[in-house]
Design a protein around this ligand. Structure first.
Ligand code: ACO
Length: 325
């Protein structure tokens, strides 16, 4: 049965040049490189310059993704940005990226699902592309998470970094089998009763301020491994593939111990897990496309590989998706 598939045809990334090591943080936070590495696997993070809004990061990643796909801004008819750190309360970052790229009038909006945002955004893009409402989409995860840090809270401020990753998603004919290139299955979840575990304590309609990130890290940790493992199995079942068939697992990069815990629980060989948490830290919605770009650039991930993406974040939200590159 032939059908239209949403195929990832280009991947791009952007990291701001400034690198902050654990030792740099230990100069003004009561922490140490040893504690951060042992508990999280994080060694460094990138930090956007004061005059670098998240739309700039997103635009740079988008340019690289378009070049990789052999497309130009003129081809783009849909832009979705997954972010929780927008330049302004409105308009959407996606419309700013559209303007900065010089893309024509089309569809552009943001998706807010915190660290799960990229997986959510991919499924939204699939809805447009597979139904013929868009032919060439940019799906971007972009964050300036360091702007949300309370630098006196050592339990959170050492965990996050800034960056952006982008993919071009194009409509292509498939046969309706798991051998097709493209997005094949999703599992998306949210549980609003867990809001207090991870949230920002400010907002437009409450405090009128931006607020700071608050997290009960060890409780989030406990939910992460169980929730993500369930979503991995559900997404694989939805796609009609076995978890063992997946070539590369590309997790949201929150904590190396979560990555290892999920791999162990799902029987995944740790050598199949792309990990960038040591060098990027937690970049929220940007972490999956950044890790995808990293795995492609170092030659591990190749065209035709079966990929499984997964994430969990504030909401709580979580999810997974299967695609063949
Ligand atoms: N340096 C030194 N000591 C620290 C630091 C630090 N940076 N942070 C906390 N500690 C201390 C605590 O004060 C505590 O000390 P105490 O025992 O004297 O009270 C001790 O270390 C243990 O604290 P825990 O919070 O229990 O440490 P844990 O092993 O759980 O690690 C961490 C904390 C890294 C936050 C972990 O719980 C984690 O990664 N959680 C999940 C985070 C996550 O996945 N978030 C989801 C995505 S984020 C998003 O959606 C925006």
């Amino acid at each position: 049965m032939s059908l239209v598939r949403s195929v990832v045809t280009g991947v791009g990334a952007y990291l701001p040049p400034k690198v902050v090591t654990n030792d740099d943080l230990a100069k003004f936070v009561d922490t140490s490189d040893e504690w951060i590495v042992e508990r999280t696997g994080i060694r460094q993070r990138h930090q956007a310059a004061d005059d670098q809004p998240v739309s700039d990061l997103a635009t740079e990643a988008a340019k690289e993704a378009l070049a990789a796909a052999g497309k130009t801004a003129a081809d783009v008819d849909l832009i979705i940005v997954a972010t929780t750190t927008a330049d302004l309360t409105f308009p959407a970052v996606a419309t700013m990226v559209q303007r900065k790229l010089g893309a024509p009038v089309g569809i552009a909006f943001d998706v807010q699902a915190v660290c799960s945002g990229f997986v959510y955004a991919l499924s939204v893009a699939d809805g447009f592309v597979a139904r013929g409402h868009a032919k060439c989409a940019l799906v971007i995860g972009a964050e300036t998470m360091t702007r949300l840090m309370d630098w006196s809270d050592r339990g959170t401020c050492v965990l996050f970094g800034d960056g952006a990753g982008a993919v071009v998603v194009e409509a292509k004919a498939g046969e309706g089998t798991t051998a097709d290139q493209g997005l094949q299955g999703f599992a998306l979840r949210a549980d609003g009763t867990k809001q207090d575990l991870l949230y920002v304590d400010g907002g437009v309609s409450t405090t009128g301020t931006v607020g700071k990130l608050r997290m009960l890290g060890n409780q989030v940790f406990k939910h992460a491994v169980v929730n993500i493992s369930e979503a991995i199995h559900a997404a694989a079942a939805n796609a009609g593939v076995a978890v063992a068939d997946v070539d590369w697992f590309i997790p949201h990069q929150a904590n190396q111990r979560i990555l290892a815990g999920v791999a162990h629980r799902c029987g995944i060989d740790e050598n199949k897990v792309i990990s960038t948490v040591a060098i990027h830290a937690n970049t929220s919605a940007a972490s999956i496309p950044l890790a995808l770009a990293h795995g492609i650039k170092d030659g591990r991930i190749k065209k035709g590989d079966l990929l499984l993406l997964e994430a969990m974040g504030g909401g709580l939200t979580w999810g997974a998706c299967v695609l063949r590159l």
